[in-house]
Structures are given as C-alpha cells and as structure tokens.
Design a protein around this ligand. Structure first.
Ligand code: ADP
Ligand code: ASP
Ligand code: MG
Length: 406
C-alpha cells in the first residue's frame, strides 16, 4: 500500500468529461489499495475570467477580496471531482484550503504556505477516503482566504505531498512531461526521462511554466518524489530527482524563455562611485526587483549608458520612479522597451565545461539576432533579445546544443 498525491491542472479538469476521466485515474490507484489525495486546479480559463472580473470594477481593488474571488474556481472543481468519484463508487470528499487548514502568510495574491495541519486529512486517508483538495488557496492567520500566485496549485500539491509524507506526487498536465523546451513552440523538443531539482528550479524560474517555481523549491527542500506526466496518456512522465540519480550530466538540459521582463536604459548617466546605488536604491524602495544589468564602459570617464531589466508588471512604475530622479542622476535620456524576451540555457554540466555560452552567442549571431543583455550563473546563461525573434532563437539554440528529437 502506498500513499500518493495526484494533481490535475486546468486543462485536465477543463470540462465534466475530463473531470470524469481524471476520476478514473484516481480510481485505478484506489483499486490497488493505495491511499490517494487529489489536488485540483480551476477549469482551464476560469482563473483568467475571475481575475478579469475582480480587476474590472476598480484597479485599486482590495487584494483580500481579489483572493476571495479568484480562489473560487478551485472550489468548484474540488466539489465536482468529489461528485465524480462518488459516482463511480469511491468514498471521497472535497476540502477547501481553510477546512484543512493550509495556513499561509497574508500577502494576498502571492501568499506563501506556513503550515499544513494534516491530522484529520491523514486519518481520513488511512480510512480509505479520497481527499479532494482545492489547489491554489489557503487561509491567513486573520482568517482571510489567500491565493498562492498564478500556477499555485503545483505548490499546493507539493506542500501537501511533503506534509502527508507521500510515496509519490504525480503532476498531471497537458503535455507528457518536462521537455527540453516548451513543446508548443519547439516542435523538436524532447521529453526528458529525468531532470534534477536544481535544473527544474532554474527552468521554472526562467519561464518554463510547467511547474510553479515555489513548488520545485519545496520539492527540493522536502525531497518530494515528483513526476510530471500527461492526463491524456499513460506514457511515462518526467521524474524530478536529486543530481546523483540522473543518468548523465547534460551540458544543456533545457532552454526556457520568459516574456515577463522589460528593458530600461539610462543614456549618459554620471559615471561616478555610488551611481549604481543611487539608481537601484529608489527602485528597491518601491519594491521593484532588477534582474539583468549591463553597464557600458564610458569613453570619456564622465558618462556611461546603463541597461537593466525589471518585471513587465513593474515597468511603468520603474520608469516613473527613475523619471523623478532625473536631476540627481543627471542622465540624458530614459528609454524603456517592453518587447524583449529572456532566453536561458540550463544544465548542471555547465559547471565543469567551458565554451557553453560561446555556442549560444554564435548560434544567435548566425541568425542575425542581437543580444541586448547577458547574465550567467553556475548552471545557466540568459540573454535578452527582441521578442520578435523568440521562436527563431529557441529553435536555433535547440539545434545548436544537439537537443532536437530525431
Ligand atoms: P497546468 O494547467 O496543468 O498546470 P500549465 O499550462 O501551467 O499546465 O503548464 C503546462 C504547459 O507548460 C505546457 O502546456 C507547455 O506549453 C508549458 N511549458 C513551458 N515550458 C515547458 C517545458 N520545458 N516542458 C513542458 N512544458 C512546458
Ligand atoms: N488556477 C490557478 C491559475 O490558473 C492555479 C493553477 O492552475 O495552478 O493560476
Ligand atoms: Mg500550471
């Protein structure tokens, strides 16, 4: 007997037929004697619809009411899944975040899970009742509904898997696993049999939305045995594992892209000690994170150009904050460009190999794609390019690193 957790994403519960198909997968596990906890997302498209409703009335909405609205999609699917299970003879009940409870902080819209009380849930599972849990939501210490950020059902699933000490956590989605790149853009992308927690963490944080970043952090921390697989086929998925369990150390395991960044350039800013602090200080004070940075060498020792990226959602505010500091920073011009894409190659094998980045630069140069900003870490290289070249760049790099499916 195993204890397992099955998470079904939006496409996998998109309508009643799919909910019933997912219920059959749950039944298969129950039939072999396993204890099963199920985490569900809202039906595909539903959260977007709810977000629109919440934000249309007022842009200055109360974030706790926003959460009350957007969390509701998962309530519906949890109830429907419990009904579907009961209909095929399985003992099941739905659980909302507050009923468990899944305690979070009170940062509405992107709350973090603090604690999960699994006493009752665990007892019910051992009595062979399937627990169907609404993903994405929790409750704060002041008794308000919270949500965990877009894609947050993955995090609900992994956090519950850790708290319930499951033997397996299966993430059912609309692709067959984690691929070398987004299979919807790169037709030749290959499904990976295994990927390390570390590589998955980089890919997720660099834009591969197949798993929410926070869910991978938790999986790594609590060593949750994670598998990403398709709810539409029985094919083996991708196992997310520790580094020593992977078969081979690939130089580049995968390529991710993100359209969540925007570029800002300050033209001819004073070149003096303290200038970086003077620029980035006010941005930090306004809670705006800066990601990639490049500073040009100044030709005359007096002024230089500085380029950096911020999250696209912070773009207007960042321009505003910098515009107000024009006198102090003495820059000539402020230029903003939201039409940029960050492309990143990721692989643990990069640690011990030189020349990995060079191949990236060459492949992009051969296609006439200009690199605007570069940033690196031990296991990744990211470049910023104009958004219009996203698909071309992804496919060119995929081929250059020998990742294409044969
Ligand atoms: P769910 O609703 O099941 O949570 P998501 O839409 O959040 O599904 O995530 C699955 C999607 O992630 C896929 O449809 C795919 O387009 C995208 N994706 C991006 N990068 C990758 C990758 N490297 N491997 C697999 N899927 C990826
Ligand atoms: N329904 C939420 C969203 O669309 C959470 C999730 O699907 O993971 O972001
Ligand atoms: Mg998702």
């Amino acid at each position: 007997m195993l204890r397992i957790l099955q998470k079904f994403g939006g496409t996998s519960v998109a309508d009643l037929d799919r909910i019933q198909a997912a219920a059959k997968r749950v039944k298969q596990e129950v039939d072999v004697g396993n204890e099963v906890a199920v985490v569900v997302s809202a039906m595909a498209g539903e959260t977007n619809r709810l977000v629109n409703n919440a934000t249309q009335i007022s842009s200055g909405y109360d974030t706790s009411e926003y959460d009350a609205v957007v969390a509701s999609g998962e309530q519906v699917t949890a109830g429907l899944m419990a009904i579907a299970l009961q209909h095929i003879g399985i003992d099941a009940r739905s659980w909302l975040g507050w009923q468990i409870p899944i305690l979070t902080d009170n940062i509405h819209g992107k709350a973090r899970i603090l604690e999960i009380n699994t006493e009752v849930l665990s007892k019910k599972l051992s009595e062979k009742q399937v627990a169907v849990i609404s993903g994405f939501q929790g409750i704060s210490s002041d008794d308000r509904i919270t949500t965990l950020g877009r894609g947050g059902s993955d995090t609900s699933a992994v956090a519950l898997a850790a708290a319930l000490d499951v033997d397996r956590c299966d993430i059912f989605t609309d692709v067959e696993g984690v691929f070398t790149s987004d299979p919807r853009i790169v037709g030749k992308a290959k499904k990976l049999e295994k990927i390390t927690y570390e590589e998955m963490l980089e890919l997720a944080s660099l834009g591969a939305k197949v798993l929410q970043t926070r869910s991978v952090e938790l999986a790594l921390k609590y060593q949750v045995p994670l598998q990403v697989r398709s709810s539409f086929s029985d094919a083996d998925g991708t196992l997310v594992v520790d580094e020593d369990k992977t078969v081979e150390q690939e130089l580049v395991r995968g390529i991710a892209h993100s359209n969540d960044d925007a570029k800002i350039t300050l033209i001819r800013v004073d070149d003096r000690p303290g200038i970086a602090a003077a620029i980035f200080g006010p941005l930090t004070d306004s809670n705006i994170n800066v990601d990639m940075i490049v500073q040009n060498v100044s030709e005359d020792g007096k002024a230089t150009d500085l380029t950096f990226t911020v999250s696209r959602s912070d773009f207007d505010r960042a321009l505003d904050v910098l515009g107000k500091s024009k006198e102090e920073l003495k820059f000539q011009r402020l230029i903003g460009d939201p039409d940029v894409t960050k492309i990143s190659i990721v692989g643990v094998g990069m640690r011990s190999h030189a020349g990995v980045a060079q191949k990236m630069f060459t492949a992009l140069a051969e296609r006439g794609i200009n690199i605007q900003v570069i940033s690196t870490s031990e296991i990744k290289v990211s470049v910023l390019i104009s958004s219009e070249y996203t698909e071309l760049a992804l496919r060119a790099l995929h081929t250059a690193y020998g990742l294409d499916a044969s």
